[in-house]
Design a protein around this ligand. Structure first.
Ligand code: BG6
Length: 460
């Protein structure tokens, strides 16, 4: 067999998940409520098919079998997150949860699968949200306690840590566009929340440096959406640059370079949106840059200049600076409604190489959500050739980036198995394994067999 796209020997092959999305057992063994449990109790009809976070993919009970499946399809790495509200409900360690995460980590290591552990994936404990959530500097300190406790308990075995997954999403969803709790629209709070998240991140990195001196690494996982202007005219270019500032550089720059872009500060200042800061914050950010960056990439952002000048009295929204547009002839994931632009993954990696010191990175999420995927079932297997094609075409560009010395070390599909995706619940299926929601049975899709060969051959 000829391998046309050969990856480096130590390339990380795996997949990603998050606690709330796969564990289930939302009320078992002392887990406290998080914002999703609360929001679902209040407004179940906001969730697709009214399926809530209590019914996710049952990993809490099936982790052993699931880890075996990971092994069977050639994973050498796997991303999970710790549920803060399970592990430290009300500030104290829940021993049953500590046992659970210890078992998961030990089982992964026993199967030669390196655990990549993320500390926060959208799941703020509800009692802390009531205390202000990320709006509150006290909650930042509570997060740092939680992070320290995780480093202490699991740091002897976990060598890849991540402070946050897609920290911009709770900002957009919770404080601007109404798809996360607390569902308010308030740009001033949004910038404060974004800022406090970065302070929490930097403080966790700082704490990590004092607990881990064994070559372990810490990073953050960002959803990067490369911004492409409609044309080279100055208004389109500016619109695209500002979208990039808001949606990428607002987290990428402080995490990797240790400071916010000055143009972003100027824009926020013009609107009176600068967050409250404390003495020493600047130094904290500057001195606690990440070792490694996770890149989640699904789709590009296509941007053009605003057609109409925004109403100067309307409250601030990032998109008062640009309009989105549909690129003619674009390729679509018609089952999810997102554009597919494989070269975007390469553009991100090149940008990291050219402008971010070639920081060590890996693709921490990339994947294809499909509605009603059971329609592709033949001979008891979902024939997801579209997903194989999607992964392959993205991997070709990752390969190209490696040829050009980009420091990218691995690829994780979103997701290991079908899982509960916040308001979308089980609408879009992403897994290598299909999950039957009645029986919780896992069935490999065609892509699971395909990735096994890719991982075993380190290429395709
Ligand atoms: C990613 C998130 O951005 O998108 C995941 O990190 C999420 O948590 C995934 O599940 C897919 O989202 P959706 O809305 O297509 O199901």
């Amino acid at each position: 067999m000829t391998i046309n796209f050969q990856f480096p020997e130590d390339f990380w092959w795996g997949s990603a998940t998050s606690a709330t999305q796969i564990e289930g057992a939302a009320k078992e063994d002392g887990k406290a409520k998080n914002i999703w449990d609360h929001w679902y109790e209040k407004e179940p009809n906001r969730f697709f098919d009214e399926i809530g976070p209590d019914t996710t993919s049952n990993f809490y009970h099936t982790y052993k079998e699931d880890i075996k499946l990971m092994k069977e399809i050639g994973h050498n790495t796997f991303r999970l997150s710790i549920s803060w509200s399970r592990f430290m409900p009300y500030g104290e360690v829940n021993q049953k949860a500590a046992d659970f995460y210890n078992h998961v980590i030990d089982e992964l290591i026993a199967q030669d699968i390196e655990p990549f552990v993320n500390l926060f994936h959208f799941d703020m404990p509800f009692d802390l949200q009531q205390q202000g959530g990320w709006e509150s500097r006290e909650v930042v300190e509570k997060y740092v306690d939680y992070a320290k406790t995780c480093f202490q308990l699991f740091g002897d075995r976990v060598t890849k840590w991540f402070t946050f997954n897609e920290p911009i999403v709770p900002v957009e969803g919770g404080y601007l566009y109404d798809f996360h709790y607390p569902n308010i629209v308030d740009a001033k709070k949004a910038t404060q929340v974004a800022y406090h998240t970065m302070i929490a991140h930097a403080k966790a990195v700082e704490a990590f440096r004092t607990y881990n001196d064994n070559g372990s690494k810490i990073g953050i996982i960002l959803n990067l959406t490369p911004s492409y202007p409609r044309s080279n005219n100055p208004a389109d270019l500016r619109a695209s640059r500002i979208a990039d500032l808001f949606f990428n550089r607002s987290f990428l720059d402080p995490a990797v370079l240790g400071e916010y872009p000055s143009e972003l500060i100027e824009i926020l200042n013009e609107h009176g949106l600068l967050p409250n800061t404390e003495v020493g914050d600047k130094e904290l950010l500057r001195e606690n840059k990440v070792d490694i960056l996770g890149v989640n990439y699904y789709q590009p952002r296509r941007v053009k200049a605003k057609e109409y000048l925004p109403n100067p009295y309307a409250p601030f929204m990032p998109d008062m600076y640009f309009d989105s547009y549909e690129m003619p002839g674009r390729k679509m994931n018609k089952y999810r409604g997102w554009e597919i632009y494989e070269k975007g993954i390469y553009d991100i990696l090149k940008n990291l190489k050219d402008n971010y010191g070639n920081i060590e990175s890996f693709i921490s999420e990339n994947g294809m959500g499909v509605q009603n995927e059971e329609r592709f079932l033949r001979n008891r297997e979902i024939q997801d050739d579209y997903r194989i094609e999607f992964i392959k075409e993205h991997l070709k560009w990752v390969h190209q980036a490696i040829q050009e010395n980009c420091n990218v070390k691995g690829y994780h599909l979103w997701a290991f198995m079908d899982n509960w995706s916040w308001m979308n619940a089980y609408k879009n299926r992403y897994g290598f394994f299909a999950v039957d929601l009645k029986t919780m049975k896992r069935t490999p899709k065609k892509s699971a067999h395909w990735i096994k060969h890719v991982a075993e051959n380190n290429g395709f």
